[in-house]
Design a protein around this ligand. Structure first.
Ligand SMILES: [Zn+2]
Length: 319
C-alpha cells in the first residue's frame, strides 16, 4: 500500500478506523439512525450503541443505515476504499483496491461500488439549481462505450426509426451522457437512454436557473429550451468555431475528456446499468476539487448516510 496510507493508523488499526468514521459521521456524538435520538448507551460490544429513546431501543454502529451496512469488510478496508477513490485523480478501480488491500476481488468490487454510491448526489429533494444571474452554464452531450447488443436502439422511444444525422449508426450504438457545468462551479452528468430533445430539455430546465446564460454548441436539442434563459449563446463546431469571446463549451468538453480517459485507463468493463455510478464518482471529485484529499474523503463518508444498497453482489459481478 502507498506510503502515505501506511502512515495513518486509520488504514491499519481497526479501533482508530472506527473512531475516525464515528467522528466523520457524528461530529457531535452518535445519533440513532432509526429515530434520530442523540441519547444512547454504550453496550458491551465494541462500537455498538443502544438508542435510549424508550420507543426505539435500537442497537446501531457507525455502519448502520449507510452504504457500509451489513458488510463484513474491516473498517480499515472501508477507510482505504474511501480514501483511494476520493484522492485518485483519474479514477480508481476495484482491481487497484484488490491489489492495495490484498483482499478478494469480489470484496474490492463491493467496497468500490458502495463508495461510488456514497459519492452520488442525494435524492431529488436535495437538488439545488445551477447558475443564476451573471453566471454561465455550459451544456453538451457525449457518447461513451457501446450499449449492450440486445439493447441496441434502432427506433426512438415512440417507435419511429432514427433518421437525422445526430443518430448516425455510430452514435445509436453508444451510451449517451448529458453534462452541465457551471463556469468555475460544479458539474452534473446524466446517463440517459436517448439524446432525445425532451430528455435534454427536462435536464436543463430542472437543473439551471432561468437567469443563467446558457452556452451550447449549435445542436438543435437546445434551440427551443434556450429561449427560456437570460441568454442562449452558441458556438458553431461545424464551422470549427470553439470560442467566441467567453462563449464556449470547452469546460464541459474538457470534463468529458477527463471522464473518458479515466474510464479507459482504469475501468475495463463498465456495465451500462452502473454507468451513472461511475459518473457520480467523477462528478464528486470534480465538485470537491478545491478541498484537501482528506476533507474530500470525509465528505464521501458523509454522503453514504441513508444509502443502503439492496442489490445482491454476486448477481452484479457475475462472480
Ligand atoms: Zn432510536
Amino acid at each position: 500500500m502507498a506510503d502515505n496510507l501506511l502512515a495513518n493508523p486509520i488504514f491499519h488499526d481497526e479501533a482508530a478506523a472506527r473512531t475516525w468514521f464515528e467522528k466523520a459521521r457524528w461530529p457531535e456524538g452518535p445519533i440513532c439512525p432509526k429515530c434520530g435520538s442523540a441519547k444512547h448507551y454504550a453496550t458491551k460490544k465494541v462500537g455498538v450503541y443502544r438508542c435510549a429513546a424508550s420507543t426505539c431501543r435500537k442497537d446501531f454502529t457507525v455502519m448502520t443505515g449507510t452504504v457500509m451496512e451489513r458488510s463484513h469488510a474491516k473498517l480499515t478496508q472501508w477507510a482505504a476504499a474511501f480514501h483511494l477513490a476520493a484522492s485518485s485523480k483519474k479514477g480508481f478501480s476495484a482491481h487497484q483496491l484488490h491489489r492495495e488491500l490484498g483482499c478478494q476481488y469480489n470484496t474490492a468490487w463491493f467496497l468500490h461500488h458502495r463508495v461510488m454510491e456514497a459519492m452520488r448526489r442525494g435524492g431529488l429533494d436535495t437538488t439545488t439549481f445551477m447558475g443564476g444571474e451573471g453566471k454561465v452554464v455550459e451544456a453538451d452531450e457525449t457518447y461513451f462505450g457501446k450499449i449492450e447488443e440486445a439493447e441496441q436502439r434502432t427506433t426512438k422511444k415512440d417507435g419511429r426509426p432514427f433518421q437525422n444525422n445526430r443518430w448516425s449508426k455510430a452514435k445509436r450504438d453508444k451510451r449517451v451522457i448529458v453534462g452541465l457545468v457551471e463556469r468555475c462551479g460544479e458539474v452534473r452528468t446524466f446517463h440517459v437512454p436517448y439524446a432525445a430533445k425532451e430528455t435534454v430539455v427536462d435536464i436543463v430546465l430542472n437543473n439551471i436557473y432561468r437567469e443563467t446564460r446558457l452556452h451550447t454548441d449549435e445542436s438543435g436539442l437546445y434551440t427551443r429550451v434556450g429561449r427560456k434563459f437570460a441568454a442562449h449563446e452558441t458556438v458553431n463546431h461545424a464551422d470549427k468555431e470553439y470560442a467566441r469571446g467567453d462563449v464556449t463549451t470547452n469546460t464541459i468538453e474538457g470534463y468529458f475528456g477527463i471522464f473518458k480517459r479515466g474510464m479507459r485507463g482504469v475501468y475495463q468493463h463498465c456495465a451500462e446499468k452502473h454507468l451513472h455510478r461511475y459518473l457520480a464518482e467523477f462528478d464528486f471529485r470534480y465538485n470537491t476539487r478545491k478541498i484537501s484529499d482528506m476533507a474530500r474523503t470525509i465528505e464521501a463518508v458523509r454522503g453514504g448516510e441513508g444509502k443502503r444498497l439492496t442489490y445482491h453482489q454476486s448477481s452484479e459481478t457475475g462472480l
